[in-house]
Unconditional design. Structure first.
Ligand SMILES: [Zn+2]
Length: 70
């Protein structure tokens, strides 16, 4: 009976382990944003792809010009 209980606990633990392991690890400070997400330029208000924008002091800029203007 105890072995059956241990097995059950083991299965539950394994399921939880797999579930947490499946979660994507976000090592960046970009929160939930994806590279293809559109972000608003803090200077001119133009939306550009996150991959193409420049992040400075927590704000996104569409170009180097806007970053220098701000
Ligand atoms: Zn801009």
């Amino acid at each position: 009976m105890i072995l059956k209980l241990l097995l059950l606990i083991g299965i539950v633990y394994a399921v939880y382990y797999i579930f947490f392991k499946k979660k994507p690890i976000s090592g960046s400070n970009r929160d939930e944003l994806q590279g293809s997400d559109m972000v608003e330029c803090a200077s001119c208000g133009v939306y550009s792809q996150l991959d193409d924008s420049i992040l400075s002091n927590g704000k996104y800029y569409c170009s180097k010009e806007c970053l220098e203007k701000a």
